[in-house]
Design a protein around this ligand. Structure first.
Ligand code: ATP
Ligand code: ESJ
Ligand code: MG
Length: 538
């Protein structure tokens, strides 16, 4: 039969939402200007600090006027180096109103990582929180492209780090006459860093089509929720794509969001109880915590209606356990990458258990043989590749990495292994980089981790490859035990052997550890575990 290639390029529905085709600064300027003035927009779950929509609007406009006075304009880059705070997004909005590109950065980067990230984005102005300023002010003298470093916190005003002048005195009167700068939808709105799971984080240039596309998807009840009654807990850092898009969503919806400046399990649960959180977007490590931590029973989190998750692989059993334990209406998987600039598939059909869903608006998707570039049909595992309105312009100041990231048809090569079924629903197997090559087989770690997590004494598990002369690589597990519970290596090796085919057995054994190394977006740093595995012998 002829290779009907067009059948193997899947197309999402045409977008027709009511979200105006406007740059993020203009979209949010209008949303904040028209929001209920005295409603609380955000609360810091750790400190209890709050900010109203009126404060968000006035403070961001005042700051925009002050930034304009020092020459910040369209095309400039403004970096934000801070933990999650209720006023984190005031400089983000102020910069966006002026058409500047916003570059949020991880506040606990090492000096080398911070230098590398800043040399990529080359900001004119850097905002840094009191807690993060040592990492930035120390670099200030060396960074010739930086005009000004402005420090802030929830209790201290925006202050010039050199002159110690409070940054936007005396701009009260111009608020009503201020209008945001007009920019093109294809201008760079954000430079966001990928999570750094597989190597150095990469500076990803996203246009205004990313936040607008995200809002368009969330405005369709099929994919998400857009309501003033939402109370979202933003669990991830605001400098990460997911945290950034969740912030855009809650401000646009004029709904309450809770941020955590420091993640602690008890604070996380207390916030859901105290602020009656009804929605949140989490990563698998948090789903696993919700599925098996005894702490969960100590809080009333019955306000939760829906949990979405993405960011790493997780077996469908955990989804079912979380849904049942928390009595949720829905646990929804979604798939996206920083380079995709939003979610590109979102779960819409509960019967498609384990699926990351179907294509979002105006997206195209395909699965390709990673070596031959040939198109693969339904059920065939290959590299997931996508094309859509929110996909990145490229990596900042890295044309080589950008060119390598797209195929001849302009599809983004994700590096992720997956497939789609006959109905066009996508399933994520894992990253190609993380599949364990046992002889001629490719073993997905998530499958073995799911079995280990069924043991009541197992709190967390990560399976990585261990070099092996005979097989090339063999699976080895790192396990964190539940407090006060015990289990032996042999028990876990046997548990897995009973449930999997011969190539998926834990020939490398089990290493018990007190915690798994994670990055700031809660993803397990498997590359660290691979190094330890190399020297372990069962
Ligand atoms: N639903 C999902 N299931 C499995 N993996 C997912 C899912 N959603 C996202 N991911 C993983 O997260 C990756 C995107 O994450 P992100 O852009 O934050 O950076 P990263 O790839 O983790 O880090 P880096 O690119 O810096 O190594 C995807 O490439 C994929 O591997
Ligand atoms: O907030 C919501 O209602 C849910 C519905 S699914 C969803 C997602 N948002 C993102 C953003 C980036 C990304 O990589 C994955 C998702 S899933 N948000
Ligand atoms: Mg990546």
């Amino acid at each position: 039969m002829a290779d009907k290639s067009c059948d193997k390029i899947l197309k999402g529905r045409k977008g027709n939402s009511g979200i105006p085709e406007l740059p993020v600064g203009q979209l949010l300027f209008q949303a904040l200007k028209n929001a209920p003035k005295h409603s609380i927009a955000q609360v810091n779950g750790n400190t209890g600090a709050t900010i109203t929509f009126e404060q968000f609007y006035k403070e961001s406009v005042k700051l925009a006027i002050a930034l304009k006075k020092i020459g910040v304009q369209k095309g400039d880059v403004v970096s934000i180096v801070s933990e999650n705070l209720i006023n984190y997004w005031i400089p983000v909005l102020a910069s966006a109103y002026l058409g500047a590109t916003v570059n949020p950065l991880n506040p606990i980067y090492s000096e080398g990582e911070m230098r590398r990230a800043l040399d990529q984005s080359r900001p004119t102005v850097i905002f840094c929180s009191e807690n993060a300023k040592d990492a930035v002010v120390g670099l200030y003298e060396q960074l010739i492209y930086v005009k000004r470093v402005i420090t802030f916190s929830e209790t201290t005003p925006f202050t010039d780090s050199k002159t110690s002048l409070q940054f936007f005195n005396g701009v009260e009167n111009d608020i009503d006459s201020f209008v945001p700068t007009k920019v093109s939808m294809d201008d760079t709105a954000f430079i966001l860093c990928s999570s750094g799971t597989t190597g150095f984080p990469k500076g990803v240039m996203l246009t205004h089509r990313s936040p607008r596309h995200y809002l368009a998807c969330m405005s369709d009840p099929l994919f998400g929720t857009m309501s003033k009654d939402c109370v979202r807990l933003i669990c991830l850092p605001l400098y990460h794509l997911i945290g950034c898009m969740q912030q855009v969503l809650s401000l646009y919806c004029q709904s309450l969001s809770v941020v955590l400046s420091k993640f602690k399990p008890d604070v996380f649960l207390r916030c859901i109880q105290e602020y009656r959180v009804n929605r949140m977007l989490v990563v698998p490590t948090l789903c696993i915590f919700l599925s098996n931590s005894p702490l969960v029973d100590k809080y009333d989190i019955s306000s939760l209606e829906e949990i979405s998750w993405g960011g790493a692989s997780m077996c469908k059993d955990i989804e079912a356990i979380v849904k049942k334990r928390l009595n949720l209406k829905q646990v929804r998987q979604a798939y996206g990458t920083t380079e995709v600039g939003s979610a590109c598939t979102i779960q819409v059909d509960l019967n498609k258990s384990g699926s990351a869903g179907c294509l979002c608006y105006d997206f195209m998707g395909k699965v390709c043989d990673p070596e031959k570039d040939t198109l693969l049909g339904p059920g065939k595992v290959g590299e997931l590749r996508f094309k859509g309105p929110s996909v990145m312009k490229g990596y900042i100041r890295n044309p080589e990495a950008t060119a390598e990231s797209f195929d001849a048809d302009g599809f983004l090569k994700t590096g992720d292994a997956g497939y789609y079924d006959e109905d066009g629903y996508f399933y994520i197997v894992d990253r190609f980089k993380e599949l364990i090559k046992y002889k001629a087989f490719q073993v997905p770690p998530a499958e073995i981790e799911a079995i280990l997590l069924t043991h009541p004494a197992v709190k967390e598990a990560a399976v990585v490859p261990k070099p092996d002369e005979r097989a090339g690589e063999v699976p080895i597990a790192f396990v964190v035990k539940q407090d006060g519970k015990n289990v032996t290596e042999k028990e876990l090796v046997d548990l897995v052997a009973e449930k999997v085919s011969i190539q998926k057995r834990l020939y490398g054994g089990v290493i018990f550890t007190s915690e798994l190394p994670k990055n700031n977006t809660g993803k397990i740093l498997r590359r660290n575990l691979k190094e330890i595995a190399k020297t372990y012998s069962i």
